[in-house]
Design a protein around this ligand. Structure first.
Ligand code: F6P
Length: 494
């Protein structure tokens, strides 16, 4: 056990924290607070809960804030050296683990696990160790630690070695790769990842599909990992089915340790969304969007970060196919596509963003008329405008190749003014909860997607409204506060 212990009773660890810093021209620091499920989830336990969020410095501004000792209460930012962070985040987390879990490789040429990969992997270990050390330092005796995502897979194992008294959870916000795909990783790396994760008392996933995939990978990665508890569709749907997960020998212990595996399907936050989407800035943006769209036209809306996994290019191809197959939609529909920048340090993301722009322009120049712009593309992140588009949408297009959950699919029905048909990829985690009232698509099939768009645009208004009501009810089944508390309760219950 560590000789010095901290005071935090609940700790959250994630690469990206709730606040970031920029350096102003006069040298002062400007703090910017972020949003998202984890931020609102954590706020559910209240300020008196003694919570600490451990995150990484991501930018020069963040590192400067750490150097100057500037920070927010309840947040500890780790000044991992920029080169180590770049290797761990861009090199391993985003270019290897994200690719593996979303199955994004063009396998004839990639991945290549060479000396450069090994060098970056050493940085990933260093970066995970920095988190484990900070958490070990800050956690009070028996505290609960909730580690987030693929950036920090090694942390549970490393932390358990330092602080066996802690209750350690890990939550994956991404899909988990099928065992057949996961095994492309070098054997020692696979087993390190699995052992790192199994250092946790509890592992959380967004759906049973991803939870089962993890268990298969864990069982395939080494001997001595066995399932316990009840599995199968019926048991998984049953909240009271009792603990289940993996039994495994760990850290030289003779007796088996247990890691509970559970599912928490993060939902939308209805109070926040409904209130925020009726603020003045959203109304202003609705007016601006209406002017861009043109009177009396239907809208197909998509809002994404420009992730390779979001499938924005095939979405545009499907829209083009719709205009070819059903020329009667020309001039009567607009595809409103918001593709916000993401991970622009990576060339493959920059290329993908360029392809999105190129294809949108090509569609506009081929089909556009003086009074009609078929694709309205915006690439500058603007949350108020996203909400405005949610409210206006006749059809929402959510067609990822693979996605842990996809909160856009859950947010649109909650916010929609007059009902919105949801065209939803069967490969999104949200499909498990929303599939019945959505129009399902195979995200690779352009014809299928174009056809679903046509059917969605043609849905009678009353059916659309009915479906939207049911979608919204399913979407808010587990809002962020409850999602977080359930995990915390589960972890503390042992
Ligand atoms: O959406 C899945 C997710 O893993 C989130 O949990 C996480 O915040 C995000 O992706 C990471 O994105 P970024 O690289 O921009 O921090």
């Amino acid at each position: 056990m560590a000789s010095t212990q901290g005071a935090a009773q609940v700790l959250v660890a994630s690469n990206r924290g709730p606040v970031s810093y920029g350096v102003r021209e006069d040298g002062s620091l400007a703090a910017r607070r972020g949003g998202g499920g984890l931020v609102s989830g954590l706020s559910a336990i209240g300020p008196e809960a003694g919570a600490l969020w451990v995150c990484s410095a991501l930018s020069d501004g963040d590192r400067e804030a750490v150097r100057r000792g500037v920070g927010e209460d309840g947040v500890r930012m780790l000044a991992v050296p920029a080169d180590v962070h770049a290797d761990a985040y861009n090199g391993i987390a985003n270019s290897v683990l994200w690719f593996v879990h979303h199955m994004l490789y063009q396998t004839p040429l990639e991945p290549v696990f060479d000396a450069e990969f090994r060098r970056q992997w050493a940085s990933y270990e260093t970066y995970n160790r920095a988190f484990a050390e900070a958490l070990a330092e800050e956690a009070a005796e028996g505290a609960a630690v909730l580690v987030q995502d693929y950036h920090l897979c090694l942390v549970p194992g490393m932390l358990r070695e330092k602080r066996p008294d802690l209750r350690i959870g890990h939550f994956s916000h991404t899909p988990w790769a099928p065992a057949e795909y996961f095994r492309m990783l070098p054997d020692d790396i696979r087993s390190q990842l699995v052992r790192g994760m199994l250092g946790a008392d509890r592992l959380g996933f967004l759906t049973w599909r991803w939870a089962r995939a993890f268990m298969e990978c864990a069982q395939a990665a080494g001997p001595g990992v066995r399932r316990f508890g009840a599995f199968g569709a019926e048991a998984e749907a049953e909240a009271e089915a009792g603990p289940r997960g993996l039994e495994h020998a760990a850290g030289g212990q003779v007796s088996a340790r247990r890691t509970v595996v559970d599912v928490h399907g993060l939902g939308a936050d209805p109070e926040f969304l409904r209130a925020r989407s009726h603020e003045a800035d959203v109304e202003e943006r609705m007016a601006a969007l209406r002017a861009e769209i043109g009177a009396g036209r239907r809208t197909i809306v998509r809002v994404d970060r420009t992730e390779l996994s979001k499938n924005i290019v095939r979405g545009l191809l499907a829209y083009r196919q719709l205009l070819d197959d059903h020329p009667d939609w020309r001039e009567r529909v607009v595809h409103v596509a918001f593709a916000y920048p993401s991970r622009q340090d990576l060339a493959v993301y920059r290329d993908y963003t360029a392809e999105v722009r190129r294809l949108a322009e090509e569609i506009n120049s081929r089909y556009g008329t003086p009074g009609w712009t078929p694709v309205v593309l915006h690439v500058k992140d603007d949350f108020a405008r996203s909400l405005a588009a949610y409210r206006l949408a006749d059809v929402a297009l959510v067609n990822p190749i693979r996605d842990g959950m996809n909160l856009v699919a859950k947010e649109v029905p909650v916010v929609s003014d007059k009902g919105c048909a949801l065209v939803l990829s069967r490969e999104a985690g949200a499909y498990e909860e929303l599939g019945e009232d959505a129009l399902a698509v195979n995200p690779y099939d352009i014809g299928d997607t174009a056809d679903a768009l046509h059917r969605a645009l043609s849905l009678p208004a009353d059916e659309r409204a009915e479906r939207t009501k049911r979608l919204a009810a399913a979407a808010v089944a587990l809002p962020p506060g409850r999602w977080f508390l359930d995990q915390l309760d589960g972890l503390r219950a042992g």
